[in-house]
Design a protein around this ligand. Structure first.
Ligand code: GRF
Length: 224
């Protein structure tokens, strides 16, 4: 069975979508591990409710300078060590509010994907062209739902992409557009974006799991 690890820092509604699909037998994968860098992340509770292994790996505060860099690298090594124990086929960053270093990514090549609550282009560029031909800025960073409203956009969305050392970049696996409605606040808009994300993450995991299963099949024997 295709195993996934989910890294999160918050509510974990996307984790819930994965757990619900797994329980319904439609995911084609098993959530084997949930890790959070925050003790109060509700996603940890969701994991425990579903009897999924859950770990809290805090990044200890450190003064700026070499001590901070060393603390961060030690934290990442702890994180990678825990993840490695479960040998996941896929690591899903589902609202994980930390940037992972190239060293971490090299330990899990091609295996880390990220959910981003805005539309990102295929070419890593600064703009995205919507299905109706509208050119909008490619929003990156931690506040893109707010930024979409601040830019006065009429459409935004969500993207799932492979993680590379370039933040909010990397090959796009799926995306969905979400209209911005008059009167939308960051909260109402994010809720609608998340509804799309919940479907998209299940579809992406299912398709990656299926692809791996197909490529792992032994060559078909000639029946003649
Ligand atoms: C999602 O919108 C995801 O795109 C972003 O963080 C949010 C996580 O939501 N990176 P939840 O914790 O799964 O509810």
């Amino acid at each position: 069975m295709y195993q996934i690890a989910v890294l999160l820092s918050g509510s974990g509604s996307n984790l819930q979508a994965l757990l619900d699909a797994e329980r319904a037998g439609t995911l084609g994968a098993r959530v084997a591990l949930v890790v959070s860098d925050r003790a109060d992340a509700y996603g940890l509770q969701r994991a425990l409710t579903h009897q999924v292994a859950a770990a809290f790996v805090p990044l200890p505060p450190a003064p700026p300078g070499p001590a901070r860099a060393a603390a961060r690298s030690a934290w990442e090594q702890r994180l990678a060590g825990i993840v490695e124990l479960f040998s996941p086929d896929l690591i899903v960053l589902a609202g994980f509010m930390r940037i992972l270093s190239p060293a971490f990514l090299q330990r899990f090549p091609e295996r880390v994907i990220n959910q981003h609550p805005a539309l990102l282009p295929d070419d890593g560029g600064a703009s995205y062209t919507t299905s109706s031909g509208l050119v909008i800025p490619a929003l990156r960073g931690a506040h893109v739902v707010r930024d979409a409203l601040a830019h006065g956009l009429t459409v935004t969305g969500c993207t799932i992409h492979r993680v590379t050392p370039r933040v909010d970049d990397g090959p796009v696996l799926a995306r969905a557009e979400v209209p911005i409605l008059p009167g939308d606040t960051a909260d109402t808009l994010h809720e609608r974006i998340k509804r799309e994300e919940h479907q998209l993450i299940v579809e992406v995991v299912r398709s990656l799991a299926l692809t791996q299963q197909e490529t792992a099949l032994p060559p078909r024997q000639d029946q003649s």
